[in-house]
Design a protein around this ligand. Structure first.
Ligand code: 6R9
Length: 634
């Protein structure tokens, strides 16, 4: 794979939709839908009517306090009610809502009615633990039904969930729990990963030594990793014990459309992770509508999003989107190539998955094993494929299209962010596709590519990707950091537009091509990692004085970390130290921080104000011109 985006400049292939798809599609005319979407308020208002509101809104969009926009002003609604309760008096009552399976082939199915019962129990139990509307509950759990149930339990009673990806480790968990001031933490005895069990409880125990706000720890027995009940401390309780005897139905909390729904932490270019705050009404409308538009959900679909629940993709399109549309969502715990590289295709065949939404890094990973594995299974149930997380290179696109889609079904390349909450640039199933481009901004969304003065750049020229009008699932702020919210997103480019942090260009047909981040954020296997977080993990090692890290292209992961380290006087970066540093950073950050080469240096390029100029290191690495060095200290 080549991360060199100049390759994309030559990408001229156009793939037109199969006529079957057009016949079946809810939206048959892309251009007409885009036209309809130009009246943003009208477009989103129409979509909001699909839900049951306790009270409808007085105004669709309030821009008076921008960039603190408000959607569906004074509307009253509950997400859990619309995702779960709404279906149990319909013919979906006994339809499977959640189909969980794992790398061991185990399976749990919950119908909408069963899910309803479990969520009610969880919501009551949380209340009994003293959780009220507006409180935060942290979750450090594997991809398991209990995680979905707990998240919905929170939204039922108006508590915020803050899910921490189970691939993060002690450092990340401490920071996220403390920032959100969570009172309850849910964790598990372990998660399955390639035949091994990773003990999450052990990591949580270490983290909790530094987390004073946690009053109760709820432990899910997931893997049967032996933990004796007698070993549980006073504040620990088993999930099953907590829910025991909870039979009462728990009334749903009437939420204002703008009441907070959840916090999800993500990496920025500087400082600590950003607590992205989403609210209730607009998020629901945005997520359900985009899933419907982009993946054309029908009755009888089996939806599989392979993304982890600990990231926004899991929140929006593994749990909330599919349940809000009343479809069946498949939850898979495990790696794509374990027990063998046919694992995913076996699942598609076994259950008859119709829509598969995954990430370029997984596709590239599976590509390595050649064409053999997808051919071993019947993939004919598939109707639409999807991609998210980073630019999909045309080679991976073509492999996916040919070997999984059998050159018949389209790939929806979706560009969006934790902050946007929902898809922003993506095709519809009827759109002609160009491999490597997510096509155009969705109906109801206005985006552009501009220079630093906010002026549109001519076709073909690179610039900053911006969002020009508010959208319903937009983040409302950064948790307890309103100034940072304004500064990071709204003050970078003149004209009151949202700066996404990506570089892009638009071609003559209006198709957008994403060129990568414009800031110091890395995308490793689709996971967002801030360079400064990795650097602080390094310098917390006793022998590291200073560190600078940059992303380096990697054929499978997209990027890996290259590190430049200044060590304590008299120390050399030998094999033993490299190993120790790897362990150390992994302990602090978890397996998401994939370390590549490390080099020892005596000095780092800095501005006169002391900021590390990673740009210089990158340019040097790529053998490029160093650019403007006038602010360089030395
Ligand atoms: C959903 C998600 C957001 C960043 C984003 C961009 C990159 C995501 C992409 C893509 C090119 C796509 N990104 N989807 N780049 N094509 N289809 O990934 O959220 O983890 O917040 O990352 O990911 O750089 O700015 P998040």
């Amino acid at each position: 794979m080549s991360k060199d985006t100049s390759v994309l400049l030559d990408e001229k292939r156009l793939f037109k939709p199969d006529y079957h798809l057009v016949e079946e599609a809810h939206i048959k005319n892309w251009e007409a839908e885009l036209e309809k979407g130009k009246d943003i308020e009208k477009y989103w208002e129409e979509k909001a009517h699909q839900f049951e509101w306790f009270k409808k809104w007085d105004k669709v969009l309030d821009e008076s306090k921008k960039p603190f926009y408000q959607w569906f002003v004074n509307g009253k609604i509950n997400l859990c009610y619309n995702a779960v309760d709404r279906w149990i008096n319909t013919d979906k009552r006994n339809q499977v809502a959640i189909l969980y399976t794992n790398e061991r082939g185990e399976e749990i199915k919950l119908t909408y009615y069963e899910l309803y019962r479990e969520v009610n129990k969880m919501a009551s139990a949380l209340k009994n633990l003293g959780i009220k509307k507006g409180d935060t509950v942290s979750m450090y759990l594997p991809m398991c039904p209990e995680l979905l149930i707990s998240m919905l339990g929170c939204t039922r009673i108006g508590a915020l969930h803050s899910v921490v990806y189970s691939g993060l480790s002690v450092g990340g968990l401490v920071e996220r729990i403390n920032d959100s001031k969570a009172k309850v933490l849910l964790t598990a005895d372990g998660t399955y990963r390639r035949g091994k069990i990773i003990d999450l409880k052990k990591i949580a125990d270490e983290a909790l030594l530094q987390c004073p706000t946690i009053e109760t720890v709820v432990l899910v027995r997931h893997t049967g990793n032996p933990i004796k009940i007698s070993e549980l401390s006073g504040r620990e309780i088993l999930y099953t014990t907590l829910l025991e005897g909870e039979n009462e139905l728990c009334p749903v909390e009437e939420m204002d459309a703008e009441d907070p729904l959840f916090i999800l932490y993500t990496s920025g270019s500087t400082g600590k992770p950003k607590g992205v705050l989403h609210t209730t009404g607009g998020y629901m409308v945005g997520v359900a509508t985009t899933l419907q538009n982009v993946f054309d959900i029908h009755n009888g679909d089996l939806w599989w999003c392979t993304g982890d629940i600990g990231w926004i993709t899991g929140h929006s399109y593994l749990i909330y989107g599919p349940l809000l549309l009343g479809t069946t969502t498949l939850v898979y715990e495990g790696a794509p190539d374990y027990p063998d590289p046919g694992a995913w295709w076996k699942i598609v065949e076994k259950y008859g998955v119709t829509k598969l939404y995954t990430a370029p890094t997984a596709i590239r990973h599976l590509m390595r094993y050649g064409n053999k594995y997808p051919q071993l299974y019947d993939l004919s149930s598939l109707k639409i494929l999807g991609s998210v997380g980073e630019p999909i290179n045309p080679e991976a696109w073509m492999w996916f299209y040919k070997n999984v889609g059998k050159e018949k079904i389209p790939i929806m390349d979706t560009w969006w962010q934790t902050e946007t909450g929902m898809h922003m640039i993506a095709p519809l199933p009827v759109s002609p596709l160009k491999p490597g481009s997510p096509t155009r901004a969705l109906p109801g969304i206005e985006m552009d590519v501009v220079d630093e003065k906010g002026q549109r750049v001519p076709p073909g020229k690179g610039g900053y990707l911006v969002i020009k009008k508010p959208w319903p699932a937009m983040l409302r702020t950064l948790y307890k950091e309103e100034e940072r919210y304004e500064d990071t997103y709204w003050k970078q480019i003149p004209g009151g537009v949202y700066m996404a942090g990506d570089m892009a260009r638009i071609d003559e047909d209006g198709y957008i091509w994403i060129q990568g981040r414009s800031d110091d954020v890395l995308k490793i296997a689709g996971h967002r990692i801030g360079t400064s977080e990795v650097e602080s993990a390094f310098v917390s090692h006793p022998l590291v004085v200073e560190a600078a890290v940059i992303g380096k292209s990697d054929p499978i992961k997209g990027q890996v970390i290259k590190s430049f380290l200044i060590l304590k006087e008299g120390h050399k970066l030998n094999t033993a130290l490299i190993e120790d540093l790897q362990k150390h950073v992994r302990y602090e950050m978890g397996p998401v921080a994939v370390l590549g080469e490390m080099v020892q240096v005596n000095k780092l390029p800095k501005t006169r104000s002391g900021k590390i100029m990673r740009r210089i290191l990158r340019a040097q690495e790529e053998g490029k011109d160093l650019g403007d060095t006038s602010t360089l200290e030395d």
